[in-house]
Design a protein around this ligand. Structure first.
Ligand code: SF4
Length: 454
């Protein structure tokens, strides 16, 4: 995190000054708190029917089950030791695939297909075969499509690895978070380096060679030394990408996080020191910094997209996927179309009931107005490239350059304006969220609906 004129101490003070401010992560614009119940299954049917036939779409399938619950988890998932809930989930998932395909204007081609959760590798090889068979029957999955899946290294059997290989998966995202045993016990996720390495080997033996690792700082009892050890352990596995997030402690929204005592959590200065130490280890190992919280090896597609200025942001974070439409399938999944965003019913029971009654299982959503599309383009530019060329974006959208209050960030050296160009200093990249929020016409500062900025 260098490249600033500020001294290390001044940089730290500036980051700490803004660290506690809440801001959206901008995986969509408008953001999820602005979704409303006025967007219904009928609305979404119209959106799907109106998609251009000749443009590829991306698909995301959500599997909301895990073997055990990690106490830091912010995902929509339920822990189960039984096979029956997973078996009962697959059939309605196939119904939803059919229902969506029936509403599309054609048999659409698919450029990206991602399984997330929860733990999608809780599916059996037979479950995966059935889902892939139905997807291929209803969609044209392109030869060059990127197929990816999130895996829990603690539960990744060889049958499923072979099934993924058979179906053409080449990319996986692995949950690691920390290798420190004390921290692991405090988050109810004990996972050794050996177990993780075995999962990496199993992926690579089956042709899944593009592997992302998720890592956290700011966990209970986590220290700078533990963060450094984790980073070194992660580097030894040689993943192609890394996602490094600060733990977001929101027990008022995620009740199981109450199992993590507030007193066990590191403070803002300690969190920042952990992030900085991991940053040093990852950059020394040759990873390039991407956006606010990712890293990639120079040869990885995400690093190439970053250099080419084509990096995008969606509900999974940073992506090389340039499809305008991402269709979410499964309970709680979120879709994006050029017309708006929508989220499925979060409760599996309600999602199943909606499908059984012949509807699309939509809970809520939001239309994207032309003003939102314009502001969303500025926000995406700041979140991906750390800079936005306001006159160029305004011209492309046929609008005037918007006013934005960046005075405090400018005075602190976080943001610089050069003509119409707004630039976030890379040394302050986590604060790109605050620069983006200045262009968000829906954002109410101080809201606790979002996580802290560092
Ligand atoms: S495995 Fe992942 S999705 Fe499941 S509880 Fe743990 S963090 Fe959440």
């Amino acid at each position: 995190m260098t490249q600033t004129a500020a001294s290390p101490a001044a940089r730290r003070d500036t980051l700490l000054k803004f660290a506690a401010r809440h801001s959206p992560r901008y995986t969509s614009y408008p953001t999820a708190p602005h979704f409303h119940a006025g967007v219904t299954g009928e609305t979404v049917s119209g959106w799907l029917a109106g998609l251009p036939e000749d443009r590829p779409v991306s698909l995301y399938l959500h599997i909301p089950y895990c073997h055990t619950l990690c106490w830091y988890c912010g995902c929509n998932t339920t822990a189960t030791q039984k096979r029956s809930p997973i078996a009962a989930y697959v059939e309605p998932l196939l119904v939803e695939i059919d229902r969506i395909a029936d509403r599309l204007p054609a048999r659409m081609s698919v450029s990206h297909l991602a399984f997330g959760g929860g733990t999608p590798t809780i599916l059996s090889a037979d479950d995966l075969d059935r889902i892939m068979e139905r997807l291929r029957a209803r969609f044209e999955i392109r030869q060059d499509a990127e197929l990816s899946i999130e895996i829990d290294p603690r539960h990744f059997d060889v049958d499923l690895a072979r099934a993924l290989s058979r179906h053409g998966f080449t990319r996986a995202s692995t949950g690691i978070q920390t290798f420190d045993l004390k921290v692991q016990k405090a988050i109810n996720r004990v996972q050794s380096l050996d177990v993780t390495a075995l999962a990496f080997d199993r992926l690579r033996e089956n042709g899944i060679t593009e592997i992302n690792a998720d890592v956290l700082y700011g966990l209970p009892h986590q220290s700078v030394a533990a963060s450094e050890d984790t980073a070194l352990g992660v580097v030894s596995l040689e993943p192609s990408r890394l996602a490094v997030f600060g733990y977001a402690h929101v027990p008022h929204m995620k009740a199981h996080q109450k199992l993590i005592p507030d007193a066990s959590l590191p403070g803002p200065a300690e969190r920042l020191a952990q992030a900085d130490r991991m940053d040093e280890v990852f950059r020394a190992a040759g990873y390039e910094r991407i956006g606010i919280d990712h890293y990639a090896r120079p040869g990885d597609a995400m690093a190439a997209a970053d250099r080419a200025g084509t990096l995008k942001r969606n509900f999974q974070g940073y992506t090389t996927d340039t499809a305008q439409t991402l269709i979410g399938i499964g309970a709680s999944s979120i879709s994006r179309t050029p017309f708006g965003y929508m989220q499925n019913k979060v409760s599996v029971r309600e999602w199943m009931a909606a499908l059984a009654s012949g509807e699309l299982p939509v809970a809520r959503g939001v239309e994207i107005t032309s003003e939102d599309a314009f502001r969303g383009a500025i926000i995406e530019a700041l979140m991906t490239r750390l800079e936005a060329d306001l006159p160029a974006i305004a011209k492309a959208h046929g609008r005037a350059v918007p006013q934005a209050d960046l005075a405090e960030l400018e005075a602190a050296g976080v943001v610089r304006r050069e003509g119409g160009l707004v630039r976030v200093d890379p040394a302050y990249r986590p604060l790109a969220r605050l620069a983006a929020a200045a262009f968000d016409r829906h954002f109410a500062s101080g809201t606790a609906k979002h996580s802290v900025s560092v």
